[in-house]
Design a protein around this ligand. Sequence first.
Ligand SMILES: Cc1cc2nc3c(=O)[nH]c(=O)nc-3n(C[C@H](O)[C@H](O)[C@H](O)COP(=O)(O)O)c2cc1C
Length: 185
Amino acid sequence: MKICILSGSPHKHGNTMQLVERYTAGAKTSGHEVTFFDTVRMDIPPCMGCMACKKKSDGCIQHDDMEEIYPAVRDADVLVFATPMYWWNVSGPLKTAIDRLFALPFNIRRGGFALKGKRLRMLLTSGGPPRRNCNPNWRTWAARCVTSPAWSGSASSRGGNTGDQPVADDAALLEKAFHAGAALN
Ligand SMILES: Cc1cc2nc3c(=O)[nH]c(=O)nc-3n(C[C@H](O)[C@H](O)[C@H](O)COP(=O)(O)O)c2cc1C
């Protein structure tokens, strides 16, 4: 399977990336193909809400690094949002990239939903207790995904303040991330 990971963490070796690395290692062990994008360091300006992508049906009129992400997302069987919790949500860079996915064919009533049939996974880290931070965030995204019942997902989450790397010391959580990647089928 093809797995496309969109990361929203600014820390190259931080908590979120610890999970991404183990998840990727697990997925590769099972023979899956993983594509990774660091949305923080890519040139991805916000969606301008011009709706040109819907009126002209030929994608986004902005030409930037999203052009690398669009084909990878379209090809992917599994889409992974990996991010630290920022204000009880995904981080800004990741949210901007997600907004820009609106330029993909997206008309549910006509069945033309580019994300249909894909699975959504989230790798979330938080400073506060995951139960009160990551889990509501996951539920928000999962609820949105009800518009496309083929989506399903699970969340891995763990606390730690920015700058700390408690995930690195959490062998059980890292193992869980590895198995989540390896178990994809
Ligand atoms: C701007 C900002 C907002 C944050 N908001 C939350 C939050 O709402 N809930 C939470 O539990 N942690 C919050 N945190 C803490 C981070 O989610 C946490 O430190 C995370 O593990 C950092 O991951 P990283 O090492 O990949 O950057 C916030 C951190 C920052 C910098």
